[in-house]
Design a protein around this ligand. Structure first.
Ligand code: PXP
Length: 236
C-alpha cells in the first residue's frame, strides 16, 4: 500500500482570505491523520502566502505525526527548519511569481550547496528529500549528496493527456527503477488527484504520495476524513 501525506497549505489559503484563525490548518491536519494519512506536509514559502511561521511551530507542538516541511534552500527558512526540527524537509524550487511549485529542483547545477544542506539537517536528525524531475542525472546527484528520499515531480504527468501523459508516466517509471536500484526511497507529488492517481502506482518502489489541492478541494464537499479515505482507497 502506498502511503498518503496530506498537504494542508490550502486550508491556510482559505483562512488567510479573511485574516482570522478559521479554518484552522492544525484541525485539518488532525482530521487527516485520524482518517489514515501517514503524515502532514506544509510549504513555508518565502512570501508566506499560505502557511505562516506560527502554523509550522503549532504543527510541531500539537501533532504527534510525521511532519514534512517543504521549503526552498534559503537561509531564513533553513534556520526555521533547524529550530522546528520536522522529521523531514523537502527541498523545492521557489519563484515568487509562480502560482504553485513549477517543476522539480535542479540539484545538478550546484550539488555542493545541497550537500551542505543535507549535512546541516542530518546533524539535527532531520531527513532530507529533494523534489526533482525523474531524470537520471538528478537522481544520481541526489544519491551522491546524501539525500534520504527523492520526491518525483508529477506535474507534467498530471497536466498532460493521451500520449503525452503516457510518456510522462513512462519517465516516472524509468526514474523509479533507477532510484530503486540506487537504494533511494521514492515519493511523488504535485497535481495528483482522484482520477490520475491509479497509474502512478506503477512507479517502482513508490512508497508515498503527497497530495494537497485536490484533496482539500474535495473535502469542501465531503469533509476531510472522507476525502482522505477516498484517496486511501485508490492507493490500495
Ligand atoms: N509535493 C510538492 C513538493 C509540492 O510543492 C506540492 C505543492 O505544494 C505538492 C506535493 C502537492 O501538490 P498538490 O497541491 O498539487 O497536490
Amino acid at each position: 500500500m502506498i502511503h498518503l501525506a496530506v498537504n494542508i497549505d490550502h486550508v491556510a489559503t482559505v483562512r488567510n482570505a479573511r485574516g482570522g484563525s478559521h479554518p484552522n490548518p492544525i484541525h485539518a491536519a488532525r482530521l487527516a491523520i485520524e482518517a489514515g494519512a501517514v503524515g502532514i506536509v506544509c510549504h513555508l514559502r518565502e512570501d508566506r502566502r499560505h502557511i505562516q511561521d506560527a502554523d509550522v511551530y503549532a504543527l510541531r507542538k500539537e501533532l504527534d505525526t510525521k511532519f514534512d516541511l517543504e521549503m526552498a534552500a534559503e537561509e531564513e527558512i533553513i534556520r526555521i527548519a533547524e529550530d522546528v526540527k520536522p522529521e523531514l524537509v523537502t527541498i523545492v524550487p521557489e519563484k515568487r511569481a509562480e502560482l504553485t511549485t513549477d517543476g522539480g529542483l535542479n540539484i545538478v547545477i550546484d550539488p555542493s550547496r545541497y550537500r551542505e544542506l543535507v549535512q546541516r539537517m542530518h546533524a539535527l536528525g532531520i531527513e532530507v528529500s529533494f523534489f526533482i524531475e525523474p531524470d537520471s542525472k538528478q537522481i544520481e546527484t541526489a544519491r551522491n549528496i546524501g539525500a534520504d528520499i527523492i520526491e518525483f515531480h508529477t506535474g507534467t504527468y498530471a497536466e498532460s493527456t493521451g500520449v503525452k501523459a503516457e510518456e510522462a508516466l513512462n519517465h516516472l517509471i524509468i526514474g523509479g527503477s533507477i532510484a530503486h536500484e540506487l537504494g533511494l526511497k521514492v515519493t511523488a507529488g504535485h497535481g495528483l488527484n482522484y482520477h490520475n492517481i491509479p497509474p502512478i502506482k506503477a512507479i517502482p518502489g513508490l512508497v508515498e504520495v503527497s497530495i494537497g489541492h485536490a484533496l482539500i478541494s474535495r473535502a469542501l464537499f465531503t469533509g476531510i476524513p472522507q476525502a482522505v479515505k477516498d484517496m486511501l482507497g485508490l492507493l490500495r
